[in-house]
Design a protein around this ligand. Structure first.
Ligand code: DGY
Length: 326
């Protein structure tokens, strides 16, 4: 009888995903309720056929060198900037991600952040809890109007489109987008306007980022870009932290160059640029864009399917580097 493939899962996942893998593999799961240390990851990656990892695991060339027989790497995320994909491709290792299943969930969270920043929800909650609500006041906690305002979407991929759709269909917003490619059907259906980055920065009341982290997008919103934004504008980021120069953002908030920001992701996650946590105009969340039971279960099942297909040499549903197999 053939031996079962050996698999390591770098963090406890929703049960159904683990059951799926366990049925066909000899599976080991990180026993700790935390990410693996580098040393633990280096140990875990040896003597396995497949790795199911998270965005918190840095899969670089040095790690790959520890196991020349690794057959597949399944990332439990749609983003895969934690993996040196070209090093995997050189070694013929397919890398997979989990697109689609977290789109609507992340778009919902983007909107939760946008509304929270615009209407000062977190600040108002703290104020009320602290017993400061003594009477209704005409000037109490005034924020930015969302309905009918202008939204700038940077990156019109799946999540960018889901955010834009909510804006156009639900909030009567004018939606401008910046992306290298064009999606005319979507544009026409929701009345979107393709714009330059400059135009978006200058004209939008809310700007939301939905680009992957690449050398091109790293630091794309810095001091210069923040200065171009309206003083009443709010910046929302549920993509990857390093797309924004966090120090420049903090300074822009302190100097009242923009009205607020909503962050789910950070430049040096999970560390925050010191001072960020003290700004009431910034709402900060712990990278929970896809954190619904439904989305996380679907992500797990999808990652498991990708992993199993890679191990069996079958067509891999969500491979990001098909050239690895040619
Ligand atoms: C991803 O999938 O890339 C998110 O950041 C976490 O779900």
């Amino acid at each position: 009888m053939d031996e079962k493939p050996r698999v390591y899962v770098t963090r406890e996942l929703p049960e159904r995903a683990l059951e799926k893998i366990d049925a066909e593999c000899s599976m080991e799961v990180n026993p700790h309720d935390r990410a693996l240390t580098r040393g633990e990851l280096e140990k875990a990656v040896q003597n396995i056929d497949g790795l199911l990892c998270l965005l918190t695991d840095n899969i670089d060339e040095k790690l790959l060198e520890l196991n020349p027989d690794l057959k597949v790497i399944a990332n439990y995320a749609v983003g895969y900037d934690n993996i040196d994909v070209s090093a995997c491709t050189e070694r013929g290792i397919p890398v997979t991600n989990t697109p689609g299943v977290l789109t609507e969930t992340t778009a919902d969270l983007t909107w939760a952040l946008l509304m929270a920043v615009a209407r000062r929800v977190v600040e108002a909650d703290r104020f009320t809890r602290a017993g400061h609500f003594e009477e209704w006041g005409p000037m109490l906690m005034l924020g930015q109007e969302v309905n009918g305002s202008t939204l700038g979407v940077i990156g019109l991929g799946r999540i960018g489109r889901a955010v834009a759709r909510r804006a156009a269909a639900g909030f009567d917003m004018e939606v401008k987008y910046f992306d290298h490619s064009r999606n005319k059907n979507f544009e026409n259906k929701y009345g979107l306007k393709k714009s330059s980055l400059e135009e978006i920065l200058q004209a939008s009341d809310f700007i939301t980022l939905h680009v992957p982290l690449t050398p091109e997008t790293e630091g794309m919103i810095g001091e210069k870009e923040l200065k171009m934004m309206k003083k009443t504008a709010c910046l929302i980021n549920t993509s990857r932290g390093a797309v924004i120069d966090e120090k420049a953002l903090l300074q822009a908030i302190r100097d009242d160059e923009i009205a607020g920001a909503g962050l789910d992701v950070y430049e040096d996650e999970p560390k925050l640029t010191p001072g960020l946590e003290r700004e009431s105009k910034i709402v900060i969340l712990p990278h929970i864009g896809s954190a619904s039971v439904k989305a996380r279960t679907k992500m797990g099942l999808m990652a498991a399917e990708n992993l199993l297909a890679g191990l069996k040499g079958e067509e891999i549903p969500n491979i990001v580097n098909p050239e690895a197999l040619s």
